[in-house]
Design a protein around this ligand. Structure first.
Ligand code: HPA
Length: 274
């Protein structure tokens, strides 16, 4: 089984290391991984079953080390529904390897479009809940009971206690942190203006092409989840600008600075206990 193989390879590279938190970094947000102390970097290419990302801005490496005084595993590069192929299997491997390494919490970040005019580019948003419009679920197919039950609840999928820590961390770091509902869109095209109007009436605040599959796999195997969006643009049709991947990467790099502060403050709060 490739998860056991991956875990063995990781253990050989960093014996005895048991991360508490896994971080998944989204498009243009990889800089946080550079802050990890005493890093052990392992390319996804060396880990069986891991995705080899095909999108610019996703580097495809795991970094083990300490951040904000907490042992973490950082997953720098992810799988998207639009990549097709065996993406679902690779996405499950990514999240379940983190679980197998012993983490309790998964913190996901993404770049997203905002459907709230007052939450413009450059904002960080705490995800409260999601709407899955992917038409895809990485848990489709036979259920492996060893990881979790066939049917499971998505109530409080975004862990209330972790969310509260993020609110406190944002307050202590002086970072505004509005909250919102994230809608996952399959891509690879950006949405049409009509889709964005529809999604707003559905109650979504943010739109992006990731995160929801990881949350599903994580909740299935009992990991606690927190997720943050870095707003790189107003959604299609809401301004004169039209979304582009270059803009996502450029804005992501700018927001990465406050994202890094927020994640550090969050991890430091974990280090000090409640
Ligand atoms: N739509 C979908 N995904 C995105 C966007 C967007 O407007 N911005 C960044 N990722």
């Amino acid at each position: 089984m490739s998860i056991d193989d991956a875990v063995r390879i990781i253990a050989a590279r960093r014996p005895g290391f048991r991360p508490r938190v896994a971080l998944v970094l989204g498009s243009g947000l990889g800089a946080v991984a550079e802050r990890i102390e005493q890093p052990t970097r392992i390319s996804y290419a060396d880990l069986p079953g891991f995705p080899v990302p095909t999108v610019a801005g996703h580097s495809g490496s795991m970094v083990l080390g300490t951040l904000g005084g907490v042992d973490v595993v950082c997953l720098n590069g992810r799988v998207h529904a639009y990549e097709g192929g065996d993406g679902a299997a690779r996405l499950r491997v990514l999240v379940r390897t983190a679980k197998q390494l012993g983490v309790d919490a998964l913190v996901l970040t993404n770049a997203a479009g905002s459907m709230r005019r007052e939450v413009g580019p450059g904002s960080l948003v705490l995800i409260r809940d999601h709407i899955n419009m992917l038409g895809f679920n990485p848990l489709q197919g036979p259920n492996d009971e060893a990881w979790g039950p066939r049917f499971f609840s998505m109530r409080d999928a975004y862990d209330p206690a972790l969310a509260q820590r993020f609110r406190q961390a944002a307050a202590s770091a002086g970072i505004a942190l509005p909250e919102g509902v994230y809608l996952a869109y399959p891509g690879p095209n950006f949405e049409t203006p009509a889709e964005i109007r529809a999604f707003r009436t559905m109650g979504a605040d943010l739109v992006g092409m990731s995160t929801v599959p990881e949350v599903l796999v994580a909740r299935h195997c009992g990991l606690s989840v927190a997720a943050l969006s870095a707003v790189t643009n107003l959604a299609e049709g809401m301004s004169d600008d039209t979304p582009s991947h270059d803009e996502t990467l450029a804005q992501g790099a700018a927001i990465a600075i406050s994202l890094e502060k927020l994640i550090l403050a969050f991890l430091e709060s974990l280090k000090h206990g409640v």
